[in-house]
Structures are given as structure tokens and as C-alpha cells.
Write a protein that binds this ligand. Structure first.
Ligand SMILES: [Zn+2]
Length: 257
């Protein structure tokens, strides 16, 4: 989770292209249409609020084919934008830091987070939440993954010095304090994500150049970027070396494409 008071998403938008705006405007129309459909469906009963939400898409967001092929689905969360209350301009990977200095976009870090809670957080990550928290991936207890923003888009998870160069995963805890454990299925899936990212080394992923090898320089925890957080908790921090070793094994055994 991001506890910083200055998330990337609070920064001012740079100049943007009309094409981008139109693309996002189109998505907005789709969301609106889905919203109307939900309202119309709910209207068939006397108690619209009783309509059960889909646990895999509690806010009725537009769905898309995820870039990460092991993800269950992609959701067009109103996050990863310059201003999530007005989701029109995607946060770009070409600026970094609270001073928004220019950088050359690259994905060279995979950053592990935990939610700090055992209750499902998909609803939280499906709206313009109070921390504007937008991980690339949300990982549940059973190892299933929801892609919340496209890998090409800058996540808002680790702070302005790291978001621009990273993919971020929020791992739902299976126990609370003090250990903040996760499941074996989640450990395995973290390794799968890392092995997948490594297949893009020297290429581009969703339009962004990747420079990523599977080691402890490139796979890091939130706490390793900022000592002011305990994220991702003692348990996950104690397992990062195992996660990396397993990712290396998956990568070695994968068929060369
Ligand atoms: Zn975190």
C-alpha cells in the first residue's frame, strides 16, 4: 500500500494529446453504458441496492483482455491517471519524483506490496480511493490476479521516485499483524509474474522498454524503497529470496519463444 502523502497521481498533468483524450472519452462512454445497464437490471426489483455486486468486478468497470496472460481479467479502473477524479489523462512514465523531472521510460523493477488486510480489496482498488492507490496487479489468496491498470501505465503504489520505473503488485494478506502471511499460491504467482516480466527484457512491454533480470536488484519490496513503511510485512519480506529463486527456475524451464 502507499502511505506517502504525495502520490504521483496528485501531480499536475502535462500537455497531452487529443488522441489520448478521445480514447479515454470512449472508455468513459462504455463505463456509462455499463452503469445504465446495471441500473436498468436493478430496476427490475423493488430494491435496487439489493442487486449483488460481482465480486470479480464490484464496481461494474469496463473489462478488457489483460496484458498479463495469467491474469483472470483486466479492469478499467479509474486509477493510474493524473487525476483519478477526472480520469482523462493517463499518468505517464516519462516523469519521476515529486519535482516531476524528465526520465526515459523503462520498466526495471518489480515491486512487492501487501494490502495489510485480509478482507478483499478489489472494491477499494476499483474506485478513486483516498490514497489514489493503483497497483498494476491485485493478487488474491487463491493466486488469481486482476490487472487493474495496464502494465504500460505508471502505477501509483510505491512513491514518485519508483512508480515510473516499476510494475507493482498488491498481495492480499491471509493473516494480519504481526506476520502478515500470504498463501503458497500467492508466492507461486508472484514468481510467475516475475518470470513473465523477464521474458520482455530487451524488448518492450505494452509500449514501454523493459530492462529486467530476475535478481534481488530488480525484484524489491516496498520497504526497500522507503524505510518508513513495513510493507509488505515480515512474512513476505522473509520469502523474497525464495520467490526470486522460483522465478529463475520458471524462467529457465520456459520454452524459448
Ligand atoms: Zn506497499
Amino acid at each position: 500500500m502507499q502511505y506517502s502523502e504525495t502520490p504521483d497521481s496528485a501531480a499536475r498533468p502535462p500537455g497531452h494529446t487529443r488522441r489520448r483524450f478521445l480514447l479515454v472519452a470512449g472508455a468513459g462512454v462504455t463505463v456509462t453504458a455499463a452503469g445504465i445497464w446495471l441500473v436498468a437490471t436493478a430496476g427490475d426489483t423493488d430494491a435496487p441496492e439489493a442487486t449483488p455486486a460481482n465480486p470479480d468486478n464490484p464496481r461494474g468497470l469496463t473489462e478488457y483482455e489483460p496484458v498479463y496472460d495469467r491474469a483472470a481479467k483486466g479492469l478499467e479502473a479509474p486509477l493510474g491517471f493524473e487525476d483519478c477524479a477526472r480520469p482523462t489523462v493517463r499518468a505517464g512514465r516519462a516523469t519521476a519524483g515529486s519535482d516531476r523531472h524528465a526520465v526515459t521510460p523503462v520498466i526495471d523493477r518489480f515491486i512487492i506490496h501487501h494490502t495489510g488486510t485480509t478482507a478483499d480489496q478489489l472494491d477499494f482498488f476499483s474506485r478513486c480511493n483516498k490514497r489514489s492507490s493503483a497497483p498494476t496487479f491485485y493478487l488474491r489468496h487463491d493466486g488469481s490476479v486482476i490487472e487493474l491498470i495496464r502494465p504500460g501505465v505508471k502505477p501509483s503504489a510505491t512513491g514518485a521516485d519508483w512508480n515510473w520505473r516499476s510494475l507493482a503488485v498488491e498481495t492480499l494478506n491471509s493473516t494480519g499483524a504481526p506476520e502478515y502471511a500470504v498463501t503458497e499460491a500467492q508466492l507461486e504467482e508472484l514468481s510467475q509474474m516475475i518470470a513473465w516480466l523477464a521474458t520482455f527484457d530487451g524488448k518492450s512491454l505494452d509500449g514501454v522498454p523493459v530492462s529486467f533480470t530476475i535478481d534481488r536488484d530488480h525484484v524489491i519490496t516496498h520497504r526497500e524503497t522507503w524505510s518508513g513503511t513495513e510493507c509488505p510485512g515480515p512474512y513476505l519480506r522473509s520469502r523474497v529470496d525464495d520467490i526470486v529463486a522460483r522465478a529463475q527456475q520458471i524462467f529457465r524451464e520456459a520454452p524459448v519463444t
